[in-house]
Design a protein. Structure first.
Length: 238
């Protein structure tokens, strides 16, 4: 689990009309030292946000008085507070729309306490980094949702396969550096006992799949490029 980003208590707002979910999440997060307020409707959420500062918002989609995506869009008009969608809706189209409207992360119910805390601390780490810490500019344009196999590029959500997601995760961790093909295979599929040609085919298939979805001209890739040393992710060319 990602470590608690700082010593102060994070202040969270949970918006969910399900009483059991509100109680479970509230108890779990308070036990972890977090401060949380839970409301059942979008109107209650907007009222709180108008009077109090929140560090992170946990937002359901199916609310009784407003669609959660509409509420997300409304909040984004006046706030850049990180928003984690916490919902039973798992359709790829809805996930994509949420990211386009400004969601920072998406967790599908049911979930474990550990998974939720990990996602919360990740978001907190992104927003509470010291001022002197330089974050690469390209990270504002790319976000990889590993669990849901979605790459968000400039607000557009791109569905990936599991293999494509794992390869992309490794390439993004070494942006601008060539990653050898055997390293991509090992980090994505481990040490599965398969033949060398099959390993190469898996990696090449994943690379080509990503290029088809990401590149403006897959025949002349500029973002995912090959070299004698391997493959490299060059985000600032996009």
């Amino acid at each position: 689990m990602t470590a608690n980003p700082n010593q102060r208590n994070l202040k969270l707002l949970l918006v969910d009309d399900d009483l059991d979910t509100r109680q479970m999440v509230t108890i779990s997060l308070k036990a972890s030292g977090l401060e949380i307020q839970a409301v059942a409707t979008g109107s209650e959420a907007l009222a709180l946000l108008g009077s109090q500062r929140m560090d992170i918002i946990l937002l359901d989609i199916m609310l009784p008085d407003v669609d959660g995506l509409n509420l997300l869009e409304t909040i984004r008009r006046f706030s850049d507070t990180p928003i984690l969608m916490l919902t039973a809706v798992s359709h790829a189209e809805i996930m994509q729309q949420a990211y386009i409207l400004g969601a920072d992360d998406y967790v599908v119910k049911p979930f474990t306490r550990e998974k939720l805390l990990d996602r919360i601390y990740r978001l907190a780490n992104k927003t509470t980094a010291p001022v002197q810490t330089l974050v690469p500019a390209w990270t504002r344009h790319y976000w990889l949702d590993v669990d849901n196999h979605i790459l968000v590029h400039n607000g557009t959500a791109i569905d990936l396969t599991e293999g494509e997601t794992l390869v992309m995760q490794r390439l993004m961790a070494s942006a601008f550096q060539a990653v050898p093909q055997h390293d991509l295979y090992k980090s994505s599929w481990g040490n599965e006992p398969v033949s060398l040609p099959t390993r190469q085919e898996r990696v090449e298939s994943a690379i080509q799949g990503i290029q088809l979805k990401l590149e403006e001209d897959p025949a002349q890739p500029k973002i995912l490029v090959s070299s004698p040393e391997g493959y490299a992710f060059n985000p600032e060319t996009s």
